[in-house]
Ligand binder design. Structure first.
Ligand code: FMN
Length: 213
């Protein structure tokens, strides 16, 4: 790629100032998600989710944010996948959103745990049938011989559930990340971006600090 050193954009659409922002980081995330929904289009809820592998390397992948509240960030996945195995060993995780249309990034750290079964059941029941069947078909992150293996398993699963509701596989469900750190980034001209981090003090109160860009 010949233009990697020359392609550049100046960020100048918005500001992130202590004087005007919501001092409640949860409310700030909510309002940025709302803006993202409006401006960033489909997959505005896609986030990079980081775990740590056995060798100590960060391991990142995209997952879809399916819920956000004071209890945390939720997403759904396979409980025997690589990410799930890594979570069992180390429940400290990271999340990153980047919305180029808004020149914004949110970085979060937190502690992840499985979502309540009832929550996973309710979300699974709301998914399209093809996705429900897909959850049964895919032993996520395992090595498979070829594409035909998946097609064959899909046929078998379709037959098994023919004329019936697809139940939630016991190995599929949600996770909730309780957030311990937030960092909001707003692009500004000349690479002098705004960065505001929220951390919790010993009394459990959130406080903010401005970081150099
Ligand atoms: C836009 C996008 C959204 C995705 N959403 C999810 C998701 O919500 N849950 C999930 O398990 N995988 C999702 N994936 C697939 C993951 O990135 C990843 O390939 C998969 O979860 C296996 O990861 P692992 O081997 O690290 O466990 C998504 C991928 C993309 C590109």
């Amino acid at each position: 790629m010949s233009d990697l050193k020359t392609v550049r954009k100046d960020y100048d659409s918005r500001q992130l100032l202590e004087s005007t922002i919501n001092k409640d980081p949860f409310a700030l995330v909510e309002s940025w998600l709302k803006d993202a929904k409006e401006h960033a289009g489909l997959d505005y809820n896609a986030m990079t989710f980081a775990t740590t592998d056995e060798a100590g390397f960060p391991n990142l992948r995209t997952v879809l944010l399916r819920g956000f509240s004071r209890d945390g960030i939720s997403f759904y996945t396979n409980y025997t996948s690589s990410k799930a195995k890594e979570i069992e060993k180390n429940n400290k995780v990271g999340v990153n959103f980047f919305w180029k249309e808004l020149e914004r990034q949110i970085r979060m750290k937190g502690i992840v745990k499985k979502a309540p079964e009832a929550d996973s059941d309710a979300y699974f029941a709301s998914r399209p049938r093809a996705s429900q069947l897909g959850a049964w078909v895919s032993d996520q992150s395992s090595i498979i011989e070829n594409r035909e293996v998946l097609d064959q398993l899909k046929k078998e699963v379709e037959e098994r559930f023919e004329g019936k509701d697809v139940t939630r596989p016991p190995f599929w469900g949600g996770y909730t990340i309780q957030i311990t750190y937030f960092e909001f980034w707003q692009g500004r001209p000349g690479r002098l971006h705004d960065r505001i981090a929220f951390m919790m003090n010993a009394d459990g109160e959130w406080f903010l600090e401005r970081l150099a860009p």
